[in-house]
Design a protein around this ligand. Structure first.
Ligand code: HEM
Length: 133
């Protein structure tokens, strides 16, 4: 039965993602490079990102119920995201994940799976510079 357990169930549900994303955006709010892209008020970003991640990892499809198909690359197209921005984003997310893994006693395999996803996902959002455009 363990194979059928989603990451969402494993981490104990939505609350994990809310905490992870809260810590992540606290780090973002202190980062001038990223705050050049984000609005001053991060409340909506916190709420939507937590909802998206909970859905992505097997939770209820609340994000899609509110926002429709995620189309994340399209939703990020209006922000100039280069390698530098992506690296800042990914480092904060990895640090937040690491902190959560410690306090929640997350198995290394789950932490690694999520970290790999964040690396791929953040790289996919690059839409600026690096000779791509
Ligand atoms: C795995 C990688 C990522 C995921 C899962 C993710 C997820 C999200 C989600 C779900 C939203 C809200 C979309 C909506 O309007 O419904 C969002 C917004 C946003 N994201 Fe990302 N994102 C990722 C990577 C990045 C990166 C690399 C950057 C920039 C360095 C970035 C910058 C932003 C900004 C500026 C917003 C708009 C916030 C607002 O207007 O309130 N994201 N992201």
């Amino acid at each position: 039965m363990t194979e059928a357990r989603t990451v969402y169930e494993f981490v104990g549900g939505e609350h994990f993602f809310i905490e992870l994303v809260d810590d992540f955006y606290d780090r973002v709010s202190a980062d001038a490079i990223l705050m050049a892209l984000y609005p001053e008020n991060l409340d909506e970003a916190r709420r939507k990102t937590a909802s998206f991640l909970a859905q992505y990892w097997g939770g209820p499809p609340n994000y899609s119920a509110e926002r429709g198909h995620p189309r994340l690359r399209m939703r990020h197209a209006r922000f100039a995201i280069g390698l530098v921005e992506r690296d800042h984003w990914l480092n904060h997310m990895r640090d937040a994940l690491h902190a959560m893994a410690k306090t929640h006693g997350l198995p290394v395999a789950i932490q690694q799976t999520m970290s790999d996803y964040f690396e791929r996902g953040s790289t996919a959002m690059i839409n600026h510079g690096n000779g791509r455009e």
